[in-house]
Design a protein around this ligand. Structure first.
Ligand code: FAD
Ligand code: SF4
Length: 508
């Protein structure tokens, strides 16, 4: 039957069984649409990256002999909505079948289901053949359990896919090396030059501007650095194995002004757009480690693999287990507006200035910047989770709702009241100081809790615990904090300092 198959912008999986053979009856449809550029204000590099990767993918399909219809954003015949365009095509060109890959976003899932119901032809949704588990695996795996422990899920994935395993036991006798992976970076010389894929993106950037798409952040139009093809993504994976894996785990949690990427892989865009599969990434890394065991310790490798088959896969499971309610959760009833300097980086707090500044420049921040700097501050200051989600969903190259909202609302903001994490990720300046050199260059004093120079994290930290006592005191992992707080002598002074900072939040 004459079939129309939709490929969404984050479904660039050339290894999908759809493409194993060409078929003159099958036409693939790809579209750059306003519905996707406008559901949140995105970083300009994110829009460029998706469109370029889509165009590259479409060209490669055509070269391989597949029939492809591609609508650029500025094509006058572009209806700017999947629903309209598909209905029109089906009608005009007499397709008798419509197929799509299961989307990863709830929003698109609903939209395509509705469209399928409306179309007069047969519709089928197929798996995207990307993840290690089906959408509902995690929900079923934890059926009847109150908490969804990531570690339990992760071990199941290790066993299921035989990764770093010796039969039923972990290969090196230990499942998790997290304890060893928390060092601050002391030696600049360990750092490696990142592998960038510079290209000129003037035309596509101009098209986006001309169309009036509202974006944020900056772009070097002559040196756009992100991988936009499977080939470039595989190069980045090789580079990670050869240059970065040696130190990945050890400095996974480091914070420093020396380098924006440290030993992080920068593979999130390649995986989230499905140019690479998570399984091939971890298999490649495991293979590389086996061949270089004398140079690379297991802690580095396990730390990396856990992020992908553990956290990434787990977040996807949480998303499908808890959406759409998850998007409304606000456990602490936080309601403050996000300070304007989140959009400019103009703050005197050096850790935030650096983390936000680099996010605006590069559409990238590593995990600890997202969790323990920007996320930590937002939670301590009581910002509304909707405001925070919008920021994270817009600013990062890898931000797609299924992995953004679970990390932001769940892991970082504890707005889910403890589905993703067992306690809120908050810290005073102490943690940020211990992990690197941000505090060395700051207008504030990391050791002070009160006074003009006192680091805002310190008083806000206690303010957070004090104001949420009822909600947190019974948590066995937190109770001790309240005993410390109760013994502190200058409680009121600290709370007053925090109130003052909250009142002046725009000027911190
Ligand atoms: P590396 O440090 O090299 O890690 C390797 C890979 O592991 C990543 O590419 C990613 O696929 C995976 N990974 C690591 N941590 C996580 C995690 N917590 N959840 C899911 N996957 C993980 N990741 C996104 O892909 N999209 C997002 O929108 C996103 N938003 C986040 C928001 C907040 C508040 C926080 C705390 C984390 C968020 N993360 C998100 C997770 C993580 O920060 C990024 O995946 C990572 O920084 C991407 O950079 P990298 O590829 O260099 O990662
Ligand atoms: Fe951040 Fe406080 Fe350190 Fe400044 S002193 S860098 S605000 S933690």
């Amino acid at each position: 039957p004459k079939t129309l198959r939709l490929i969404l912008g984050d479904q660039l999986n050339s290894q999908h069984s759809w493409f194993s053979k060409t078929d003159s009856e099958v036409t693939y449809l790809m579209m750059e649409v306003r519905q996707e550029t406008d559901y949140v204000q995105h970083h300009i590099q994110k829009v460029v990256a998706f469109f370029l990767a889509m165009r590259t993918f479409a060209e490669q399909l055509q070269k391989a002999g597949h029939r492809v219809i591609y609508f650029k954003l500025d094509n006058p015949e572009n209806e700017q909505s999947f629903e309209k365009q598909i209905s029109l095509l089906v009608e005009k060109e007499n397709y008798s079948r419509f197929e799509y890959q299961l989307p990863d976003e709830y929003r698109l899932d609903q939209q395509l289901k509705n469209l399928g119901d409306k179309l007069s032809i047969e519709t089928q949704a197929v798996d995207s053949e990307h993840f290690l588990t089906s959408r509902d695996f995690l929900k079923d795996f934890f059926k009847g359990k109150k908490t969804y422990l990531m570690e339990t899920f992760y071990r199941e994935m290790r066993k299921k896919y035989d990764i770093l395993m010796d039969g039923k036991e972990p290969l090196t006798g230990q499942w998790n090396y997290d304890q060893e992976n928390r060092q601050a970076l002391k030696d600049k010389k360990l750092l490696k030059k990142p592998l960038l894929h510079p290209k000129n993106v003037k035309d596509i950037a101009e098209m986006i501007r001309q169309a009036g798409v509202k974006t944020l952040g900056s772009l070097d139009e002559e040196n756009f650095p992100w991988p936009v093809s499977r080939e470039e993504s595989l190069e980045l994976l090789d580079h990670f194995c050869e240059k970065l894996l040696h130190n990945f785990g050890a400095y996974q949690d480091a914070l420093t002004t020396w380098d924006p990427y440290l030993f992080h892989s920068r593979l999130s865009f390649s995986m989230n757009s499905k140019m690479l599969s998570p399984l091939e990434v971890v298999q490649k890394v495991e293979e590389y480690w086996h061949a270089h065991q004398n140079q690379i310790s297991i802690a580095q490798v396990e730390g990396f693999i856990r992020q992908i088959i553990g956290w990434r896969e787990y977040m996807r499971g949480i998303y499908w287990a808890k959406m759409p309610e998850f998007a409304e959760l606000n456990f602490f009833d936080h309601d403050r507006k996000l300070p304007n300097w989140f959009w400019t980086g103009k703050t005197k707090m050096n850790c935030l200035k650096e983390s936000i500044g680099q996010s605006l420049d590069l559409a990238y921040a590593h995990h600890i910047q997202r969790l323990m700097v920007t996320g930590n501050f937002a939670l301590l200051a009581g910002i509304h989770p909707d405001e925070i989600d919008q920021w994270y969903l817009g600013i990062y190259i890898d931000a797609i709702e299924w992995v953004e909202i679970t990390n932001t609302r769940g892991m970082s903001q504890f707005a889910d009241g403890g589905i993703v994490g067992t306690k809120p990720y908050v810290s005073s300046a102490n943690y940020i100081k211990k992990q690197g050199n941000y505090c060395d260059h700051c207008a504030y004093d990391s050791k002070e809790k009160v006074g003009e120079k006192a680091c805002p994290f310190n008083s806000l930290y206690w303010h957070f615990y004090a104001r949420n006592r009822e909600k947190l005191e019974k948590n066995p992992r937190i109770g001790m904090m309240y005993r410390t707080w109760d013994k502190m002598g200058n409680k009121q002074e600290i709370l007053d300092q925090a109130e003052l900072y909250l009142k002046n939040i725009e000027n911190l």
